[in-house]
Write a protein of this length. Structure first.
Length: 131
C-alpha cells in the first residue's frame, strides 16, 4: 500500500480521484489546493506519489512539484490538467513536465487511465527504491 497525496481544487474531481486510488488499495491524503499540499510537505509528510492539478488558486501544481522535489524527492508526481480559457491543457502539462512531473494526464480522463498511471508510477518508485 502506497501513501498518495491528491491535490485538486475541485471537490468533485478530488473525490473521484481519491476513490479510484483508494479502490486500488492505497492510502490517500487530500489537499484542496497547492498551499495546503505544500504545508503538508513542509510539515514533514512523506508520500510515494503526488497527484496534482496544475491550475489551482493560491499555489499551482508547478509550485507543488517544485516543493515536492525539495522536501519529498523520492515521490513520483502525476500532474493533471484540463486547461483554462486562456491556457490550454497541453501548455499547462508541458510546464509541469519542465518542472519534473513524472507523468501527465489530460482531463477529463477515464478511471482506468488514472489507475494505470498510478500503478506505473508506483512500480517505478518501488523499482528505484529497491535499486
Amino acid at each position: 500500500m502506497a501513501k498518495v497525496l491528491v491535490v485538486e481544487d475541485s471537490a468533485a474531481v478530488r473525490l473521484a480521484v481519491t476513490e479510484v486510488i483508494e479502490q486500488a488499495g492505497h492510502e490517500v491524503v487530500e489537499a484542496e489546493n497547492g498551499r495546503v499540499a505544500i504545508g503538508l510537505l513542509d510539515g514533514g509528510a512523506r508520500f510515494d506519489l503526488i497527484v496534482t492539478d496544475v491550475l489551482m488558486p493560491e499555489a499551482d501544481g508547478v509550485e507543488v512539484i517544485k516543493a515536492a522535489r525539495i522536501r519529498n524527492p523520492g515521490a513520483q508526481v502525476l500532474a493533471m490538467s484540463g486547461g483554462a480559457p486562456n491556457l490550454p491543457a497541453g501548455y499547462a502539462l508541458k510546464m509541469a513536465e519542465m518542472f519534473a512531473a513524472d507523468a501527465v494526464l489530460y482531463k477529463p480522463f477515464l478511471n482506468e487511465e488514472l489507475r494505470k498511471a498510478v500503478a506505473r508510477l508506483l512500480a517505478t518508485a518501488g523499482a528505484s527504491e529497491a535499486g
